[in-house]
Design a protein around this ligand. Structure first.
Ligand code: SF4
Ligand code: SF4
Length: 351
């Protein structure tokens, strides 16, 4: 079946989803948040359009460039409490456009993952998980479909066990592919179009020769293949600090089909030619309530406050959050401790 062959029932479902996820109030808030970003206002305008509320910081894999994978200190390992999760959903259900449930852990290890997703979707939030795909029994696959999860990304960086496990240490390719198939089968059996399922293939030097094999396998499974260059995520104080370390550069793809990896090699000071949108348009919340400024920073010392104890509005206007935005406003920096954004090489700062 091609992607264009959408049955009438599918179109109706899609129209209902659009209406539920993107009402007028959300679009008005998105315009306001965008205005604040473009004007580089001292405090954000409106509510965040992107929420990252992490279900858990636990993970069963040991990926070598991930601070969770190497058990780096710096962020508390725990599942989010249901009542804390629900409070954030209730606060932003009329304004946020999307809710991501993954940052530094494996979301499906949360024992109430499907229930929490169902809660968010029932309140009109578009939800997405990014999963390593190792834990997805039949009942959970069915529950995710019934929860009306909008998007599931499986992280599978290889088409052979040998390549795959170079990065996804402790992962089993056959198990993960079986679980992709299980989720697609559950979705089809329940007559749903959701979740949209994608296979994310991070291209590194050791697996770049397997992209086409992965593409063929993804087609067979009936899922989209999303190929992108693997970066240097790691236990860095700033997102890409130490990017010239030879042991890390050895991972990076050198195939010109993925030029974005070149940013790590070149003398260019930034990976993106725009100022940081996270500081105006997003809110990231760890299971403890501690709020990193973006999804890139791991260490809690860089967080801007605690959403559960201070409230999200206070956190977004905290002195540290203001100092981070000041970095991009070109203002003299207010007094206080330096912030991680002052040495971040992802987004372009004023010269
Ligand atoms: S990259 Fe993802 S799957 Fe790998 S250790 Fe980190 S959280 Fe787990
Ligand atoms: S400037 Fe860098 S460290 Fe700061 S919020 Fe943006 S991506 Fe994160």
């Amino acid at each position: 079946m091609t992607a264009l062959a959408i049955p009438a029932a599918g179109l109706r479902e899609r129209a209902r989803d659009l209406a539920r996820h993107y009402g007028a109030a959300k679009l008005a808030n998105a315009a306001l948040a965008e205005l604040g970003y473009r004007l580089r206002t001292r405090d954000p305008l409106g509510d965040p359009t992107t929420l990252v509320v992490e279900l858990t910081t636990h993970c069963q894999l040991r990926c070598p460039l991930c601070p969770t994978g190497i058990a780096a200190p710096g962020r508390t390992r725990q599942h989010i409490r249901a009542e804390d999760f629900q409070a954030i959903v209730d606060r932003y259900r009329r304004t946020a456009l999307r809710l991501f449930l993954t940052d530094w852990g494996e979301p499906l290890l949360h024992p109430r993952a499907a229930e929490l997703i169902a809660y968010a979707e029932s309140r009109g939030l578009w939800t997405a998980i990014s999963t390593n795909g190792m834990h997805l029994p039949d009942d959970l696959a069915r529950a995710l479909v019934e929860a009306r999860l909008s998007h599931a990304t499986f992280s599978i960086d290889g088409a052979s066990q040998e390549s795959y496990e170079r990065y996804r240490v402790r992962g089993e390719l056959a198990t993960v592919l079986g679980n992709v198939e299980r989720l697609v089968a559950a979705r089809n059996a329940l007559g749903s179009r959701r979740p949209h399922v994608s296979w994310q293939f991070l291209v590194f030097r050791h697996n770049q020769h397997e992209v086409e094999a992965a593409r063929a396998k993804a087609r067979e499974l009936g899922v989209e293949l999303d190929v992108r260059a693997g970066g240097l995520g790691g236990p860095n104080e700033s997102p890409h600090e130490g990017r010239s370390a030879p042991d890390k550069l050895a991972w990076l793809v050198d195939d010109p089909r993925w030029p974005e990896a070149r940013g790590y090699f070149a003398a260019e000071p930034y990976l993106e030619d725009r100022h940081c949108w996270w500081l105006w348009k997003a809110l990231v919340v760890s299971p403890t309530g501690s709020a990193p400024p973006c999804c890139c920073t791991f260490d809690e010392r860089h967080d801007v406050g605690n959403v559960f104890t201070s409230g999200p509005d206070e956190v977004r206007r905290s002195p540290r959050a203001r100092r981070m935005r000041a970095v991009f406003r070109g203002d003299p920096l207010p007094a206080g401790e330096p912030v991680v954004c002052e040495r971040c090489d992802v987004f372009k700062r004023p010269v």
